[in-house]
Write a protein that binds this ligand. Structure first.
Ligand SMILES: [Mg+2]
Length: 201
């Protein structure tokens, strides 16, 4: 049996797309998801200080755009398919535990049938988090065989820790260091069959 963890934002739900909609409306920018390229963080593409990005996230979460964050067309069928193959499915998010209630509501709204709340883990590297546990630490302690991820940073850290990472091809992860434990999933708009083809222990 394979234990597979999936990241939440930009793997199961469209966070960047809705954030860009918000940002373009609020700040008069004209960003597009396919051209949202950065190496380290949003501050690079928004061209602001990292602390300002945090402020903009806060405003975004209070905006109507945030309420439109939801699953990609493939997300629920993918989770269903993984379950039907007998795999154990978890979610491991980089959100901080300050957003636990909001995230619980969110996961229960969209994925209640596929992932129980006990299988949702918070692997935050935000400094304000009182009890930070990093994603790769969670992957090891929970014994995940695979992680589906979009962040170059989290992919590399988990790969270094020995987790096999299926990295969804996104504009913001093109420069991730190559690693024997990282496989790029090229069709990130319809990744199910590629993901399943790699699930072997
Ligand atoms: Mg993500």
């Amino acid at each position: 049996m394979i234990k597979i963890a999936l990241d939440l934002d930009d793997v199961l739900v469209d966070f960047v797309g809705r954030f860009i909609d918000f940002h373009n409306e609020e700040f008069g920018t004209s960003f597009e998801v396919d051209k949202f390229v950065y190496d380290d963080g949003y501050y690079q593409v928004l061209n602001v200080e990292p602390t300002e990005v945090g402020q903009r996230f806060k405003t975004f979460r209070k905006s109507p755009h945030f309420k439109k964050v939801g699953p990609f067309p493939y997300s629920i069928p993918l989770l269903e398919e993984l379950k039907s193959l007998g795999h154990t499915v978890h979610i491991v998010t980089g959100r901080d535990t300050g957003r636990l209630n909001e995230t619980k509501e969110f996961v229960e709204k969209f994925f209640a049938e596929q992932v129980s709340w006990e299988r949702v883990h918070f692997g935050s590297d935000f400094h304000e988090d009182k009890n930070p546990q990093l994603k790769h630490e969670i992957c090891i302690s929970e014994g995940f065989n695979f992680l589906v991820e979009d962040s170059a940073k989290h992919a590399f850290e988990c790969a270094e820790a020995g987790i096999k990472v299926l990295l969804l091809d996104k504009p913001w992860n093109q420069k991730v260091n190559s690693h024997k434990n990282i496989v790029r999933i090229k069709n990130s708009k319809n990744p199910t069959s590629e993901i399943i083809s790699h699930l072997k222990t």
